[in-house]
Design a protein around this ligand. Structure first.
Ligand code: ACO
Length: 322
């Protein structure tokens, strides 16, 4: 059986930056509170008319460029998103159209902040089973469109952006294992109520916003991510010291630090972008990966754990050789 390996990464952040000081003008909050509780200093917000597909396409182009691939080479497109450009067609089909790729399978995966890990695991299975050779795996979000900008408990957290990888068939192992989980029992702790016409009875009056019991989500995230780190190492007979990099979902520096501690990794072996990107949900892991690849920290042959936790609840991880 063949393996799959990441051969290119790309990221895109919208131009407009919203700082904590900007938020102080909008809701009852302070830069100090936001930084202390979350580590976030600023985030990027999509322009009017700029869609999730637009962001995903820009990230995908950069990943293809790094991998040296053209439109003809791509035979699978998976987009992880919670904020699709349209109910349908899928954002993956819209990205496919923008990239001038025709005929290959293209579909979305919805697992909120764990979406990219789910999408990567799916693409890995396609490649390992011979159903695809060169996949585009994208995480893209415009969460600013489902945030209640009057709710200080959520509006300081979420942001827009996209990250992408090219995953290729390879004789050498790249993705070593993937681990996916979900438990729908926790729906009410983190969800978007009223997001379908059937919820409100009136398609014109949809006002869908993220609702989160932050403190309870926080505790679950810390415990669950600690467990999945152990599961991932055990599945590969890896010791903690075999890991070169942790590329975690970027929700909160306190959650990231707790997972790093569990893995006994110093923080200079952890990629942190939440300070400048905010929580971009499915885009956060590929954006963080791209950041550390492009600034030269992550090098070929490094062993990396990707992990994420999000609404559903969903959680997952991947261990890979870059
Ligand atoms: N500015 C000032 N004060 C605030 C703000 C704000 N922006 N937001 C909340 N507060 C207040 C609260 O009202 C509360 O006040 P009270 O004590 O008078 O009631 C106080 O701060 C503490 O609130 P907590 O919610 O207990 O604060 P906490 O330390 O838990 O931090 C946070 C909140 C940052 C949301 C944290 O709980 C967290 O990061 N949770 C996890 C988020 C996450 O990982 N989500 C999963 C992925 S996201 C996805 O899947 C879409």
């Amino acid at each position: 059986m063949k393996f799959s390996r990441i051969t290119g990464t790309g990221g895109y952040l919208p131009e407009r930056i919203l700082t904590n000081h900007d938020l102080e003008e909008m809701v009852d909050t302070t830069d100090e509170w936001i930084q202390e509780r979350t580590g976030i200093k600023q985030r990027h917000i999509a322009a009017e008319g700029e869609t999730t597909a637009d962001l995903g396409t820009k990230a995908a182009r950069l990943a293809m460029q790094m991998a040296g691939k053209t439109a003809e080479d791509i035979d699978l497109i998976i987009v992880a998103t919670t904020t699709p450009a349209k109910v349908f067609p899928s954002t993956a089909c819209l990205v496919q159209q923008q990239l001038d790729i025709h005929g290959c399978p293209a579909f979305d995966v919805q697992a909120v902040c764990t979406g990219f890990v789910y999408a990567l695991a799916t693409a890995n299975s396609f490649i390992r089973s011979g159903m695809a050779k060169t996949a585009l795996v994208i995480g893209a979000e415009t969460l600013s469109r489902i945030v209640d900008w009057t709710d200080r408990t959520t509006c300081v957290l979420f942001a827009d952006g996209a990250g992408a990888v090219v995953l290729e068939e390879s004789d050498e192992p790249g993705i070593l294992s993937t681990h996916l989980h979900a438990d729908g029992r926790y729906e009410e702790l983190l969800h978007v109520p009223n997001s379908q016409p059937s919820d409100t009875g009136d398609a014109q009056k949809i006002e869908a916003h993220i609702c989160m019991k932050g403190n309870e989500v926080f505790k679950m995230a810390v415990n669950t991510l600690g467990r999945i780190a152990d599961e991932t190492l055990a599945a590969n007979n890896f010791k903690k010291e075999d890991i070169d990099w942790l590329v975690p979902h970027q929700a909160n520096t306190r959650i990231i630090t707790a997972t790093a501690r569990k893995l006994k990794l110093p923080m200079d072996k952890v990629v942190v972008t939440v300070d400048t990107h905010g929580n971009t949900s499915a885009a956060s892991v590929p954006l963080a990966l791209d950041t550390a690849v492009r600034d030269g920290r992550i090098k070929k042959g490094d062993s990396i754990i990707l992990e994420a936790f999000g609404g559903g609840f969903t959680w997952g991880s991947a261990l890979l050789k870059f």
